[in-house]
Design a protein around this ligand. Structure first.
Ligand code: C5P
Length: 298
């Protein structure tokens, strides 16, 4: 029996900008995405049909029907593409907070696509896996590439970059009650005055290409413009940290956020402060493409 193990890392957006609303209703985005070392673990074994087993901190995922889960849908989408129905038992050990803006579900889906491609000897190239991933959502295609990458379109055009150099980070996630399916609402809250030409993304891409370390001044997130109205709790906690002289950045469409850690800062005190404000602190680092795409046969 074949057993494959992959990690499914979370992501943050170094930049995320919106250029316009597209005719299909989606937003045209420019973003530099980055995998980080907070990750779920995906174990795949041969089975009859598609089985999904959730372990760890599955949160609201545990209550939804298995065939709604993005990981399950990824396996079903690959079956459709190859025109046969080999089976798989998907064990998802969840550590990435669910619905927190960290791309956990999308990452699980990409890991299942890559893993099933191997398990079922489907041998589809990454470009095709990315196209299948785009049927599942706007974020899964990025996770087929991992590491640092620029995305455009609604998220499905992925251009890999060299791994970014960045300091360690403190990620802060709200309690589960503060989370929810906010992405669509966050996009819907944007108006043309929030739209840009994608300059911050071009700037960040140049920083990465030049091998310079990512720093606060170069990060940009369009959703911070609507945070006060849409996610007042996150805004309040970010404001409290700003008052301490730090520069919090929203993770994706929120409600999580992260700080780049300065060597001179008291990291433990910052983590305590995050916890006192009701958010969960996680110390994280960027995860290189090689580590993000690791696939082990056990
Ligand atoms: O693609 P995904 O299903 O992850 O997106 C969730 C929702 O976010 C979409 O239904 C859409 O309302 C919004 N969205 C958008 N523009 C994007 C990506 C997502 O408007 N580029």
């Amino acid at each position: 029996m074949t057993v494959l193990r992959l990690i499914a890392p979370a992501k943050i957006n170094w930049t995320i900008e919106v250029l316009r609303i597209r005719p299909d209703g989606y937003h045209e985005v420019r973003s530099v995405l980055q995998t980080i070392d907070l990750h779920d673990t995906v174990t795949l074994t041969d089975a009859v049909g598609i089985e999904l087993v959730l372990t760890g901190d599955a949160g609201a995922l545990a209550d939804e029907p298995p065939d709604q889960n993005l990981a399950y849908r990824a396996a079903a989408a690959l079956q459709r593409h190859i025109g046969t129905t080999p089976g798989v038992r998907i064990e998802l050990a969840k550590r990435i907070p669910v619905a927190a803006g960290l791309g956990g579900g999308s990452s699980d889906a990409a890991a299942v696509l890559r893993g099933c491609n191997r398990l079922w000897h489907a041998d589809r190239p990454d470009a095709e896996l990315a196209r299948i991933a785009a049927e599942i959502g706007s974020d899964p295609p990025f996770f087929v590439t991992g590491g640092t990458a620029t995305v455009s379109g609604r998220g499905e055009h992925v251009e890999p970059l060299d791994d970014a150099i960045a300091p360690a980070m403190l990620l802060a996630t709200p309690p589960p009650a503060e989370r929810g399916a906010k992405t669509a609402l966050m996009f819907a809250a944007l108006t043309p005055e929030h739209f840009t030409e994608g300059e911050a993304t071009i700037g960040l891409r140049d920083v990465v290409a030049a091998g310079r370390a990512v720093n606060d001044a170069e990060l940009a997130n369009v959703f911070e413009r609507v945070l006060t109205r849409m996610q007042p709790e996150t805004e309040k906690v970010m404001d409290a940290l700003r008052a301490q002289g730090t520069s919090p950045h929203l993770a994706g469409a929120g409600p999580s956020f992260f700080l780049l850690l300065d060597d001179a800062a008291d990291h433990a005190a910052l983590a305590r402060r995050v916890r006192d404000l009701g958010f969960e602190p996680h110390f994280v680092r960027t995860l290189s493409r090689i580590d993000a795409l690791r696939l082990e046969e056990l």
